[in-house]
Design a protein around this ligand. Sequence first.
Ligand SMILES: [Zn+2]
Length: 438
Amino acid sequence: MKRTMRERLAVGRLGSCATLLALVAACVPAQAPERRALVIGLDGATLAVTRPLIAAGRLPHLARLAEAGVHGPLVSSLPIQSPRIWNTIATGKTPRRHGILSFTFDAANGERRLYLSRHRKVPAVWNILSQHGVKVSAVNWWNTWPPERINGVMVSDHFFPGQLSGREDLFKAGGGEGGPSVSPIDWEARATQVAERDTNPTAFENPFLERGNLPRWTHLGSLADVFDTDRRVAQVALEIAEAESPQVLMVYFPGIDRVSHSLWIGVDATHNFPPEFRLTDAERTAARNALENYYAYTDALVGHLLAGYQTDDLVIVLSDHGFEAHPFGDPVDGQLVLTGGHESPAARDGLLIARGRGIPPGGGLEGMSIRDVTPTLLAWLGLPIGADMDGSPAHFVGTAPFAEVASYDDLAIERESAEASAVEGEIVEQLRGLGYLE
Ligand SMILES: [Zn+2]
């Protein structure tokens, strides 16, 4: 196993550790520069949109990453549900093994409950990295509430519930105090202050403040909130990056998925939609522009996060699935009209772009899967992968054998204690609003 790994350890950041056992225990980093990694999740981002926009020069930051490294489809899994997939990405294990099987489950008393962090049955990569003494922070990853105590800051996904309405409204709707949504808890006030800062770090105006020629059924309020949520995610992540200098930072942006559910009709063939979904040319153009501009806006947010990283650092941008035409609702007088979805195998695969030390430029991905992301990140950092993980390191970080431990599953996970989330009910309503729940 382990010759390659020991060599790597000997010259790497953990040079003072003689054995892998010692490595798992506390371990002082050597003088060599830290291997830093940034992982950015863009829900629903698809090559079908990014490739033409990159070619047209509209996504300069993603284009530079792709040019400097590898990019291609990231093989996902069915059924295409974000929580299943993002937890596989964060654990290297299939949903059956990580335990997050959908958005919600029916509790014994018949109540519909959200899957929470405590329902994840195995450690996530942030737990594994913390165990290794790596400074790691995570922002807005799926099913991270109650937030876990890690070797850094965890801003849980219940910190950013304002995708459809303001956070204050949500707390009223929730009718309770709820527990902390950030760990350590003294970061909660700071994150809140930063998230509420009303400065847009990009040159993009919120395109959903006025209807313009957008289709009459476009739900402007929720899309305007999505635009603000992604901005807040970036602001909080930047604050953590500056204050904490985490060696590994993981950030999840929901916006592209939400906008694509609404406005996919702008970029897909007209014949994929029934007659009542037909748009005027002006509406179609407006829908297309809004969706493409949203990708460009996201690229600008990614650019801000990238500013603190060197070309040697690992940067992974990835998504959980693609999109397809999926007309939903009644465009004449329906409350909820959606035009894009991810139901069939045609929409299964997401994308992945990776650049960093040792990654050959200009390459593609050979069947890399969502299960491979955590092993890839560990291997690139020179840390052992779990032999019981369902994925393996991507070809671009080198070739086997990789250092292994039998399993990380007995790792203890501590959470900020909380009985009930103040925003759970509202999040269930949001999922209904996206057509995910009947
Ligand atoms: Zn979606």
